[in-house]
Design a protein around this ligand. Structure first.
Ligand code: F6P
Length: 546
């Protein structure tokens, strides 16, 4: 078959499969979720699945067995099981960069060659962290370290920072701060209340070329040099990187450089040495438990039939809403204050991975890819953006994430938190009809005419879909499993859309242009930009010379 025929066959088979799923979507678009529950008393059980301490109740979605079967067929046609095997086996799934995306090897003992590298670095980390905790590794004045400042950005920041916040209730050996922004306000804030004698810096950068991180690292070093007055500050710097030679050039002592590898993507990296600040803060056991929880989810992903496979189910639901209901965003609402950084962590995971518009072989994608990910902790969101979720014009699928218990929570708080979460997911589903709205106005003293006029404003259409992801408690293990679940969900969607989830070429142009703009800001007149950029540069230069 020639290329042209292959291409048109592929296109027509996509149209047919999309037609079948679109028909199901058309049928369910007007279905009532409440009626689906009434018609099937087993609905909640039928659409609830568990793995690795995480329970996914997807029953409040506009889905039924028939539609799910079509989505499963789509996954099978995309050879999902085989593609999952490839990921776990360390095949070069990152085709544009010709490498594996073997983050699972940081948690599992396979593939052996990757897992062996991971183990040897993990042993070095354990040894180093124990020495810091025991005071054997200390600062220039001989005092033990009490604070870790992680300097990194993107995947070298968001993961460890999110974990530090999520596990806040756990005993901390050291205090942690995270500096990412090149805006000097970020590092200035971190240094303001840090003691140079007892502060350890982790320079986290896979490439060790990231401008923001290098600038912040230099500022940290100057601050320390200023305080140390000629004493040796080497012990204050640890580097984590896939480019150890660059860390050496920066001046980090070789025994304080912890390697990572090109087969670990930045946004999948906190399981590697990038997570050293997690181990420094919570101890090596907590870091190991985090990986153990993720490994359980990895095993589930690799071994469970697609129909009961949590990441596959969540991935397909995202495809369902994004490609067949026109949903453009996905809200992540953890009902756990300590998980408040999860939405921003998942923004990078999902949007940098799947924010793509060409397929793995360079053709335009057939439809929408990654949604815009956003959200905040419940109950705070209820008093800001939930209004739009309930009555706005967009269809926004929500993931509610709910640790059911929290031993660290003061008396009386957790029941309220849980009740609010369940009430939100239920009210998104049930809404409020016109008759009920009108009755409420009449009960509050309005005349019939007034109630008639005012009632539409109180109507909540309902039928708005949500997942409920529950766990008994937020622990290192359940957190690890939760993150691995989202990582694999992203992979599942990339397989359906036939895109490479593991490159991020879209961020490069801005980095390249920044160099040219910076040169122009210091007077280099060779580069000419658009008039808008030129005017801003002129304005900046004028202020500098005042
Ligand atoms: O923003 C692009 C990016 O390459 C991310 O993928 C990565 O997590 C981040 O920059 C930081 O990169 P590095 O760890 O190399 O400093």
């Amino acid at each position: 078959m020639n290329e042209c025929h292959e291409e048109s066959d592929r296109a027509s088979s996509r149209l047919t499969e999309q037609g079948a799923i679109a028909r199901e979507a058309g049928r369910l678009r007007t279905a009532s979720l409440e009626q689906l529950f009434e018609a099937d008393p087993e609905r909640a059980t039928r659409f609830t699945f568990s793995a690795a301490g995480i329970t996914l109740d997807m029953s409040k979605n506009l889905i039924d067995a028939q539609a799910l079967r079509q989505l499963m067929d789509l996954a099978s046609r995309r050879q999902m099981a085989e593609r999952i095997r490839e990921l776990i086996a360390g095949a070069p799934v990152n085709n544009t960069e010709g490498r594996a995306a073997a983050h699972t090897a940081l948690r599992l003992s396979e593939p052996v060659e990757f897992a062996a590298m991971a183990r040897s670095v993990s042993e070095r980390i354990d040894d180093y962290v124990r020495r810091v905790h025991s005071g054997n590794r200390c600062g220039y004045s001989g005092r033990p370290f009490t604070r870790v400042v992680n300097i990194g950005i993107g995947g070298s920041d968001l993961g460890p920072k999110m974990v530090a916040s999520a596990l806040q209730a756990h005993t901390a050996h050291l205090d942690t701060r995270f500096v990412s922004n090149v805006d000097g306000a970020d590092i200035a804030t971190a240094l303001a209340d840090s003691d140079p004698e007892t502060t350890l810096f982790v320079l986290a950068s896979k490439t060790f070329t990231t401008q923001e991180t290098l600038r912040n690292a230099q500022t940290a070093r100057s601050w320390l040099r200023g305080a140390a007055g000629g004493r040796d500050i080497d012990s204050h710097f640890v580097a984590v990187t896939a480019a150890p030679e660059r860390a050496g050039e920066f001046g980090v002592a070789p025994d304080q450089v912890f390697p990572m590898w090109d087969w670990v993507g930045g946004r999948y990296s906190f399981w590697s040495a990038i997570g050293i600040s997690i181990a420094l803060r919570f101890g090596c056991e907590a870091f190991a438990d985090l990986r153990a929880g993720a490994a359980e989810m990895d095993r589930h992903f690799a071994d469970t039939p697609l129909e009961r496979n949590l990441p596959v189910l969540m991935g397909l639901l995202g495809v369902w809403y994004g490609n067949f209901f026109g949903a453009q965003t996905q809200a992540i609402i953890p009902y756990a204050h300590n998980l408040r950084l999860l939405p921003s962590y998942l923004q990078q995971l999902e949007m940098e991975s799947n924010g793509k518009s060409v397929t793995r072989d360079g053709k335009p994608v057939a439809g929408a890819t990654a949604p815009v990910i956003w959200g905040d902790a419940g109950t705070n969101g209820q008093h800001s953006f939930h209004q739009l979720l309930h009555q706005g014009t967009h269809l926004i699928p929500v993931d509610f994430i709910l640790p059911l218990t929290n031993p660290a929570s003061p008396e009386g708080h957790q029941p309220l938190l849980v009740a609010n979460c369940l009430a939100q997911s239920r009210s998104l589903m049930t809404g409020k009809d016109l008759a009920q709205a009108k009755r409420e106005f009449i009960d509050s003293g309005c005349s019939d005419a007034e109630a008639q006029a005012l009632a539409p404003a109180k109507v909540m259409p309902g039928n708005r879909p949500s997942n409920l992801l529950m766990m008994d408690r937020l622990t290192p293990k359940t957190l690890g499993a939760l993150i691995a679940l989202y990582e694999h969900k992203v992979y599942v969607q990339s397989v359906i859309w036939d895109i490479n989830a593991f490159d991020q070429w879209g961020v490069e142009l801005g980095k390249q242009l920044c160099g040219d703009v910076l040169a122009a800001m210091s007077g280099d007149e060779t580069a000419v930009f658009d008039t808008s950029t030129n005017t801003a540069i002129t304005q900046y230069r004028a202020l500098q010379s005042q």
